[in-house]
Design a protein around this ligand. Structure first.
Ligand code: OAD
Length: 259
């Protein structure tokens, strides 16, 4: 397929890319969306990389590794507690809402996210494959008991397991840890079957999650990238839409409705 690229500054070309994306989607039975922090940017959630990103002021190895948690669980908890407090105040934006609508529209639709903020679920998406865990779950470091906890702020940091008394950790996948195998393999299977694979708001630099784009591309899916900037895997995209997801996904959706 010939790549359709709007380049970011040409409204006519952007319109062509939106039509190309809607055409690809309208004939598809199996659709997969793969999202990153950018899909929540318009809800007011900070992304990780780039100016103002979470990793700019906060070295990853001090807050998002198992070693950091062993060394200083309180520091790591304070970092995640701040994110929980912030996430409790934000709402899904039109990008989340469009993806939730697509789950109802397409015969087979899979949504895999690297985000931990729960905004896809808040918008109505179901069976979201959370590749990097979730902010609203905690897990015991000793007995592995997992529970949902939406209390903000948590009454005690670090929280303790009511079953065994050990400290609990956020149920987040940290650097150097293995992704939940059932979730990753469900996502890889869906990527291999997808006819259209929509990559939204991710820099696509963190593996194995970013590898889903490669799986879909090598299995022959039409890849659509929605992002104001090129991701590391933009060269795999057949259709590129440069701009904010909260504006562009609804525009694709509106074009789908009339095609
Ligand atoms: P990044 O911060 O690496 O990338 C965010 C992407 O969103 C960038 O490509 C931006 O250009 C794009 N973006 C910004 N605003 C946008 C908007 N309004 N609409 C669409 N796109 C927009 O975030 P991720 O790719 O999600 O892992 O990062 C991947 C993983 O690295 C995260 O899950 C996290 C992080 O370290 C863990 O914490 C394990």
């Amino acid at each position: 397929m010939r790549a359709s690229r709007n380049g970011g500054d040409n409204p006519a070309m952007l319109e062509d890319s939106i039509k190309a994306a809607a055409r690809a989607l309208s004939g598809a039975g199996q659709v997969m969306a793969f999202t990153g922090a950018g899909v929540s940017a318009e809800s007011g959630v900070a992304t990780f990389r780039g100016a103002g990103g979470l990793w700019e002021g906060q070295p990853v190895e001090q807050v998002a590794t198992p070693e950091a948690f062993r060394r200083d669980p309180l520091r790591v908890w304070r970092f995640y507690e701040a994110r929980r407090v912030q996430a409790s105040t934000v709402r899904p934006n039109p990008a989340h809402e469009t993806l939730a609508r697509w789950q109802r529209r397409f015969p087979a639709f899979c949504l895999a996210t690297q985000n931990v903020d729960g905004l896809h679920q808040a918008a109505g998406s179901r069976e979201v494959l959370e590749l990097h865990g979730g902010l609203w779950r905690v897990r015991c470091t000793a007995c592995d008991r997992q529970r949902e906890d939406r209390t903000v702020p948590l009454p005690e940091l670090p929280p303790r397991c009511s079953a065994c008394g050990a400290i609990e950790r956020p149920d987040i996948v940290w650097f150097g840890e293995v992704l939940p195998t059932d979730i990753l393999s469900a996502a890889a299977q869906a990527a291999a079957k997808a006819e259209v694979f929509v990559v939204v708001g991710t820099s696509a630099v963190v593996y194995p999650a970013a590898g889903l784009v490669e799986i879909a591309a090598s299995a022959g899916a039409t890849i659509i990238e929605v992002n104001p900037a090129a991701s590391a895997l933009a060269h795999l995209a057949d259709i590129v839409l440069r701009g904010p997801a909260g504006e562009l996904l609804p525009r694709i959706d509106a074009t789908l409705e009339v095609s």
